[in-house]
Design a protein around this ligand. Structure first.
Ligand SMILES: *[C@@H]1O[C@H](CO)[C@@H](O)[C@H](O)[C@H]1NC(C)=O
Ligand SMILES: *[C@@H]1O[C@H](CO)[C@@H](O)[C@H](O)[C@H]1NC(C)=O
Ligand SMILES: *[C@@H]1O[C@H](CO)[C@@H](O)[C@H](O)[C@H]1NC(C)=O
Length: 349
């Protein structure tokens, strides 16, 4: 990759110096105490990089670090510094190792930006354009952790790093192949990538799971409520069971009639909340007259075996509301008539 024009950091430094830091034992066993909840819930750590090129002289790199869907790191592009978003975001790495990694990313980003700008016409990149990269590692089974490095160009798969070399994504035109040919000339960088995703990343992932386990293994109970809406032009209702504010993510939400699971229940996507908890909704289409007797059952690790059960009809269904309003009115009228009759009777001399 390109050199910093100020000559502060050389490609030589990039490859040799960093490699010595990255030379760590290759085989990695997942420690027993990590083969627990946290490991099952969280299985990957990766870095997302978005590089935007507006023109020959303007480029921007954004970076972030993720434990599956949980963002743990940010990137301060100007200073070239990692932002630690959680108290446990350093995992078990020392400040020295992390400074080293920050420097590596900084040099990599400067080099990459320069390289892309230098080869823009040769590779037929037309401004403005954007690269997205996702690199990291994933726990596959009890003992295997696999690294990955994928690159997208303008939102489509472009190339990836596999088996020590860069390969174009299927169905890409010659441009991806030319980019791979170019990248594959840099043996040092391939070595570095291989060690970063196959070695440093797994160690970091395991350290992170360990350091964050109090947070990652916490249990937060859900709140649940029901709602309904009529389907226009039919006598059908959509019943919705909302479950929010819970953690961890796995949950079971089902509409029931007595002990009978309603297999038509449709569970929506599980959505994140800003406070790090989750929200999900389960809906059921029913004929209005069949809604009575239905209930929503929620099972979640934070509840132990005390499932939440909400019965439909314990609040007023829509079609009973008129009755609820009319009944007191009728009572009032009866009372008024009775009073009138009673009074007129009494008023007879
Ligand atoms: C390059 O793009 C940036 C950001 O859009 C813009 O501010 C700048 O004027 C552009 N420069 C040239 C030479 O077009
Ligand atoms: C990886 O590359 C080596 C050497 O080029 C080759 O022998 C091996 O079969 C490759 N493995 C895969 C899974 O492609
Ligand atoms: C961090 O923890 C992992 C997993 O327990 C371990 O393999 C690795 O050596 C540790 N790294 C450091 C720098 O202590």
């Amino acid at each position: 990759m390109g050199l910093d024009s100020k000559g502060i950091l050389s490609a030589n430094w990039f490859t040799s110096h960093l490699l010595s830091f990255l030379l760590i034992p290759f085989f990695l066993e997942v420690p027993d105490h990590l083969r627990s909840t946290a490991v099952q819930e969280y299985t990957s750590f990766y870095i997302i990089q978005i590089s935007t090129f507006a023109n020959q002289s303007w480029a921007r790199n954004q970076g972030s670090g993720w434990l599956d869907e949980l963002q743990t790191h940010g990137w301060e592009s100007e200073a070239g510094k990692i932002i630690f978003l959680r108290p446990w975001s350093k995992g078990n790495f020392s400040n020295e190792e992390l400074t080293h990694l920050s420097l590596l990313f900084h040099v990599y980003l400067i080099g990459l930006t320069r390289e892309i700008q230098d080869y823009d016409s040769q590779l037929q990149f037309e401004y403005p354009f954007e690269f997205q990269m996702r690199a990291g590692c994933e726990l596959r089974s009890r003992d295997t952790i696999e690294g990955f490095f994928q690159v997208a160009f303008q939102g489509s798969d472009f190339l990836s790093f596999q088996n020590m070399s860069w390969v174009p994504a299927p169905e890409t035109e010659g441009r991806a192949q030319r980019a791979c040919n170019l990248l594959n000339q840099y043996e040092g960088i391939k070595e570095t990538m291989h060690k970063l995703i196959g070695n440093t990343c797994p160690q970091f992932l395991l350290g992170l799971l360990d350091a964050g386990k109090m947070y990652l293994q916490r249990q937060v109970k859900p709140e649940a409520w029901l709602s309904s809406s009529p389907i226009l032009g039919s006598d059908q209702l959509v019943l919705a069971c909302h479950v929010s504010g819970y953690y961890p993510k796995p949950i079971w939400v089902m509409w029931m009639r007595g002990e009978q699971e309603q297999s038509d229940t449709q569970q929506g996507d599980i959505l994140p909340s800003v406070d790090g908890t989750w929200y999900v909704r389960a809906i059921l289409h029913v004929a209005a007259e069949e809604a009575a007797g239905l209930s929503c059952r929620v099972r979640h690790s934070s509840l132990g075996d005390q499932d939440i059960v909400l019965y439909w009809g314990h609040h007023f269904p829509m079609n009973l509301i008129p009755l609820a309003v009319i009944a007191p009115l009728v009572l009032l009228m009866v009372l008024a008539l009775w009073v009138k009759k009673h009074c007129s009777y009494q008023s007879i001399p």
